[in-house]
Design a binder for this molecule. Structure first.
Ligand code: NOJ
Length: 673
């Protein structure tokens, strides 16, 4: 007789899926590996869900529903039907922190209907991955719910305990540019997502959203439950009218995502938010190019140059040629030029409607410079500061992008300093979300990549529109030029990868080498030089800027790291991390077998051993280490940098020595066989 050798874990998986799917009136659905179990049911007419990992509670029963302008849609429900599905595919990212992404989940769709009255219908779709869950509401086409206004989304995330969490406050924060702080959930005001929670030393969660389309951004407000544990309740960003979302059925909400990991690093290497976005909509992505850029930028923030016309105007033809020459000599693909176009002269932060996106200043030969750049293998990046005048920008989008495309410009950096003026709406309101989408779609039509400053928080749209390259939505390098508190504290970049970075690529713009600041003495990067280098690996962006003025790079030995550091990766690993204290990220280049390591610490010095067991076996690598030199200290002595070389293999274990506020950047080049 034939004997079949069925692996034990397969039998357990099949049994757990069977048990999950047949647990009675309430419905359950498991992750493909059977470890996460989501339960959905109706309690006193109200829909609710909960989540477990094995025996551990990840989310306690949490209510779902809406407050609409004409009455709540959260009560009196019955389950009419449920559907189940499973999915397992692997897809390729045109660019990213990893080449391939596995999209593997079990799905449960619950169709609800009010038992009495209008008998309105609401469906909720849950997807359970091995590393978290996503769920969204569907408003199906129906007679008693056509056009409607959402006054509040009532989605809850009921926490198992008053765990500590990292987030930034929504109220009083502009453009998501507050520092992330860590405190117990109960002590927080309304916060923006991503919010990252340490439930236990081996249980980390991040709450955010995916595919934010024609809807308002998600924020969370804690309230205490009867048993004294916090419940995070959705708090959507409103229009001026107080309404959160104007919509009509049929429609869907963005996905609400809860990433679940054993380690903080597991949050970084989870791609469920991308999986919950639609596949790429662009037929041709060959024009989309990750890479490095320099720019006429830091000079303005240091007050050496001005954006507006005058004796210190930065965006002159002569100055831009210098930047193009430098970019070409040092392998930078782009040159960002700010202050090149009309609109900066008359208090631009309140007169954004004066910006002209096709009209260069007289001392800036826009077309000639772009031709010169192309002749040197470089492209200009057109800066489109709008001053928040979104409508003025929309009016000029087609003409401006058509011109840029004709000239061979393939990237814009957009900016929205001020609220979205014409309507006085917030960046992260439904109005803002729809504006950013118009810009992104227009850019895609004209083969233009977008780097979005003062954005809405990213939600993974880069999967659908891979021309959505990078963005701000955080306290970036510019705060190290002019902020009254002296610059970003050393722990800042030890938090960003676990919070803002979970939403999408960060245009943080590392690479300041000269820490002198005549304009705001005392304010400067609160890092060592080695940490500036490590940020190129730690803070992911497919377009990475070398942010300093080029004169500060000439002949600087540290520039060789930036010149060699890729911006497109095949793999990302996080071997060491303590959220807010230190993080070490390892990435493999997309186009070679070379690896790069970035390690950063807060104000404390640290020493680690790192096994290089991720390297290919039977291969030697030439390792170049850029580390804090003797006496380096972010506060007293940020400049000492030690560069050394060694030959290593996958069996090697190396020491990382980080100064206070310091870092280490490492390049591992495969030796030719
Ligand atoms: C704020 C942006 O973040 C910065 O990069 C830019 O230089 C200024 N706005 C001016 O647009």
């Amino acid at each position: 007789m034939k004997s079949y050798n069925i692996p034990r874990h397969f039998i357990i998986l099949v049994m757990s899926v069977f048990l999950c799917a047949h647990a009675g009136a309430i419905e359950t659905v498991c992750s493909p590996d059977g470890k996460l179990v989501l339960t959905v049911g109706i309690k006193n007419g109200k829909p609710q869900y909960s989540l477990k990992r094995g025996n551990e509670t990840v989310l306690k029963p949490s209510f779902l529903g809406f407050e609409l302008a004409d009455g709540n849609l959260s009560d009196g429900f019955k389950i009419v039907k449920t559907y189940r599905d499973s999915h397992d595919e692997t897809w390729q990212q045109p660019w990213g922190e990893t080449s391939t992404v596995r999209n593997n989940y079990n799905e449960l769709k619950v169709n609800l209907e009010e038992k009495k009255g209008l008998k309105r219908k609401l469906n909720i779709v849950f997807r359970v991955f091995n590393d978290g869950i996503g769920f969204r509401y569907e408003f199906p086409q129906q007679k008693n719910l056509t056009e409607f206004q959402i006054m509040d989304e009532l989605t809850e995330f009921a926490m198992p305990s008053d765990a500590k969490a990292w987030s930034q406050p929504t109220n009083g924060t502009e453009y998501y540019e507050a520092l992330y702080t860590c405190e117990p959930i109960s002590q927080k005001d309304t916060v923006s997502t991503p919010m990252t929670i340490e439930v236990a030393p081996d249980l980390y969660m991040a709450i955010h959203e995916a595919n934010l389309t024609d809807y308002a951004s998600l924020n969370l407000t804690p309230r205490m439950s009867k048993d004294d544990t916090p419940v995070l309740v959705a708090a959507l960003t409103p229009w001026q009218s107080g309404v959160k979302v104007y919509t009509k059925a049929p429609c869907v909400t963005p996905w609400r995502t809860v990433t679940v990991a054993n380690t903080p690093g597991g949050l970084i290497t989870s791609y469920i938010a991308l999986n919950l976005n639609e596949p790429c909509q662009l037929e041709d992505v060959s024009w989309i190019e990750p890479g490095r850029y320099v720019g006429i930028w830091w000079g303005m923030h240091m007050k050496d140059y001005t954006w507006e016309q005058g004796p210190k105007h930065g965006a002159t033809t002569e100055n831009t040629r210098r930047y193009i020459d430098f970019a070409s000599q040092h392998g930078f693909k782009g040159v960002l030029v700010e202050g090149w176009n009309y609109g900066w002269d008359n208090n631009w932060t309140v007169n954004g409607h004066e910006f002209k996106f096709t009209k260069p200043y007289p001392d800036y030969d826009f077309e000639g410079l772009q031709k010169y750049a192309l002749s040197k293998g470089v492209r200009l990046i057109a800066h489109n500061e709008t001053g928040g005048a979104a409508q003025n920008y929309e009016n000029q989008l087609e003409e401006a992008f058509a011109l840029y495309h004709k000239l061979g410009i393939n990237c814009v950096k957009t900016g929205y300093v001020n609220i979205l003026l014409d309507k006085k709406e917030l960046q992260h309101s439904q109005y803002g979300i729809n504006h950013y989408r118009k810009v992104l779609e227009a850019a895609a039509r004209h083969q233009i990549m977008v780097v979005n400053h003062e954005p809405a928080m990213p939600s993974g749209l880069r999967r659908t529109y891979p021309n959505m390259m990078s963005g701000e939505g955080m306290r970036g390098q510019e705060y190290n030029a002019w902020s009254a508190d002296g610059g970003n504290p050393p722990y800042h970049v030890c938090i960003l990868p676990f919070t803002r970075g979970l939403a999408g690529p960060m245009d943080f713009t590392p690479g300041i080498f000269n820490f002198e600041n005549k304009a705001v003495p005392g304010t400067r990067p609160q890092t060592t030089i080695a940490k500036q280098l490590a940020e190129y690996v730690v803070l992911y962006s497919p377009l990475q800027m070398a942010a300093d003025m080029i004169e500060n790079y000439e002949y600087h030995p540290a520039l060789t790291f930036i010149e060699s550091c890729p911006t497109n990766w095949d793999k990302t690993l996080v071997p060491l991390a303590e959220l807010g204290k230190h993080v070490t990220i390892v990435r493999k280049d997309r186009d070679s077998n070379n690896w790069f390591i970035g390690s950063v610490t807060d104000e404390n010095p640290r020493e680690f051993s790192l096994k290089l067991d991720f390297l290919d076996d039977n291969t030697t690598y030439q390792m170049t280490v850029y580390e804090d030199g003797i006496g380096a200290d972010y506060k007293t002595n940020p400049y000492p940098l030690n560069i050394r070389q060694e030959t290593v293999t996958s069996l090697s274990e190396i020491k990382l020595r980080l100064a206070p506020g310091g870092g280490t950047a490492i390049r591992l080049i495969e030796s030719k066989k």
